[in-house]
Design a protein around this ligand. Structure first.
Ligand code: AMP
Length: 508
């Protein structure tokens, strides 16, 4: 009997009294206690009638119990479907219907909204709150603390993660046990994780970063995590002296740097800071090194593929790049029109192939065929170039590319120049419909203080640095860029807000 995911991440820790989850209030879960709880959950899941291959949708607050649900699904062979806690009832209805989930575990506060929806779709609802209480927990009471894992292979599906769906409907990316395990092994090795590591975990666990990258690495090596419910600067500062590693989105690092208590002394015990899920400003990277003497390691991945590239553990961590393809990942940069590889240094779309690449979108064969080639390469939609040393530089999402009067404009190129201007904290460049050029760039800027930015000076500097066709038609200042929970700038929101701007005033 074998179940690779369960055996390699969870089962091998059975009987170990070593720490697994350190709670902010000082409570501790050992590996063994955690596994006993997961076994009771596995029995409770089976008792509801679910069998391997069925889907369990979970929209729950982060807690040890929420993570144990993942372990319980792994051992019962049930496909785990974690959902963003921000989703509304209408959105949840889509996920339940699309996935065909038979059991929905949600916060008690959502039960009244969800129950009729789930009932219509033939799914059952049980509850679990942030403290681990609710009808799902009640169903685990008195269950045996051991469960014989259901036989599975590496090719069997382990999880569906729905894409964030900023364009069109969200798609269920099907991830196999092998997809998750290959990435966990590769990254644990590359980033030198051991059972002595204590990861400061402040990410949500409904997304690949917090659930798979962070958690699977720690599980595969037998270390522990400081289990924070969410990002909070005070909590990170309080717990950092006990930790050895942090995984975060760029916003975590920007917020830590804004706090004077974040010093080299505070980070002295830390051996690794990882950033990903959104591009990190080179400025943040430099400021972090100046403050702490340590260099953030930036990596790149996505829901469909887990991680694809990483800056090196040893060797130069190059700001503004996502490093090299992982050892078991093939990466090429291709022409989006022809699919053929572009010369090194040219911009194209990233394609990846490897054991990390997902099995396709659930019940969307056409979408799968559009993005996953027959030869196994996945077309990521991210535009990038590879420099002469092999570092990958992401220049934006394909859908953010601006084509103005027939010329390609990569927003990142403009953003880098804008971010260097005095008084500018950060920027987002979007393409908007333009009566003459089809599309033209508009610069949305955020100041580093309360001042109004001097747009004449800024546009003058851009004019000196970049070709005429790249100059923004307009400069707009806003207090803060719209971001999703993973720190990604929501350019679609900006495009909606400023959609008509150039129709009425096409700019210079
Ligand atoms: P998600 O599927 O929500 O994880 O989003 C994946 C997308 O986030 C990728 O396709 C990239 O566009 C972006 N992304 C992830 N990591 C990075 C990074 N280090 N730098 C730039 N973009 C990133």
């Amino acid at each position: 009997m074998a179940n690779p995911l369960y055996d390699e991440l969870f089962g091998k820790h059975a009987g170990k009294d070593t720490p697994f989850l350190h709670m902010p209030d000082g409570a501790l879960w050992t590996h063994d206690q955690f596994l006993k709880m997961a076994a009771q959950m596995a029995h409770a899941i089976v008792a509801t009638g679910l069998v391997s291959g069925d889907r369990l949708a979970a929209q729950v607050e982060k807690s040890p119990q929420a993570l144990a649900l993942y372990a319980a699904c792994a051992q019962t062979g049930v496909i785990f479907l974690p959902l963003n806690t921000a989703y509304t009832g209408t959105e949840l209805a889509y996920f339940i219907e699309n996935s065909g989930a038979r059991l929905v575990v949600c916060d008690p506060l959502k039960e009244n909204t969800l129950s009729p929806i789930a009932a219509d779709l033939g799914a059952r609802v049980l509850t679990l709150d942030a403290k681990g209480c609710g009808s799902f927990n009640d169903a685990t009471v008195g269950q045996p603390q051991e469960f014989t894992p259901v036989n599975r292979t590496a090719d069997d599906l382990a999880a569906f993660l729905y894409t964030s769906g900023t364009t069109g409907r969200s798609k269920g990316a099907m991830l196999s046990q092998g997809n998750l395990l290959s990435n966990a092994r590769t990254l644990a090795d590359l980033w030198r994780f051991t059972d002595r590591d204590v990861l400061l975990h402040a990410l949500p666990i409904f997304h690949t970063h917090g659930l798979f990258v962070a958690t699977n690495i720690v599980l595969s090596t037998g270390g522990s995590m400081i289990w924070l419910p969410k990002f909070d600067t005070d909590a990170l500062i309080t717990h950092m002296p006990q930790a050895t590693a942090l995984m975060g989105v760029p916003t975590f690092y920007a917020r830590l740097l804004a706090d004077n208590r974040f010093t080299a002394g505070l980070t002295a015990h830390m051996r690794l800071f990882v950033s990903g899920s959104a591009p990190m400003l080179a400025d943040t990277h430099h400021a972090f090194e100046a403050r702490t003497g340590q260099r953030i390691l930036e990596r790149y991945g996505m829901t469909e593929t887990n991680m694809n590239t990483s800056n090196p553990f040893d060797g130069e961590r190059r700001p503004g790049t996502v490093g090299f393809p992982l050892p078991d990942v093939e990466l090429k940069i291709t022409d989006p029109d022809t699919g053929s590889q572009v010369p090194q240094g040219d911009i194209g779309v990233i394609e990846v192939r490897g054991p990390n690449v997902f099995q396709g979108y659930w019940q969307m064969p056409e979408k799968t065929a559009e993005e996953l080639r027959a030869d196994g390469f996945f077309i990521t939609g991210d535009l990038a170039r590879m420099d002469e040393d092999g570092y990958v530089h992401i220049v934006g999402r394909g859908k953010d590319l601006i084509i103005s009067g027939g010329f390609n404009i990569y927003p990142k190129e403009l953003e880098v120049v804008l971010n260097q201007q005095p008084g500018v904290l950060e920027s987002a460049v979007i393409g908007l419909p333009h009566p003459d050029f089809g599309e033209a760039p508009v610069a949305v800027l955020v100041a580093d203080g309360p001042q109004d930015l001097d747009m004449t000076t800024i546009s003058g500097a851009v004019a000196k640095t970049l070709a005429r066709f790249k100059h923004p038609a307009h400069y707009v200042q806003i207090p803060e860029l719209p971001r999703n929970t993973m720190g990604k700038v929501q350019k679609n929101v900006l495009r909606d807000v400023y959609g008509e701007l150039l129709q009425t005033d096409p700019g210079a």
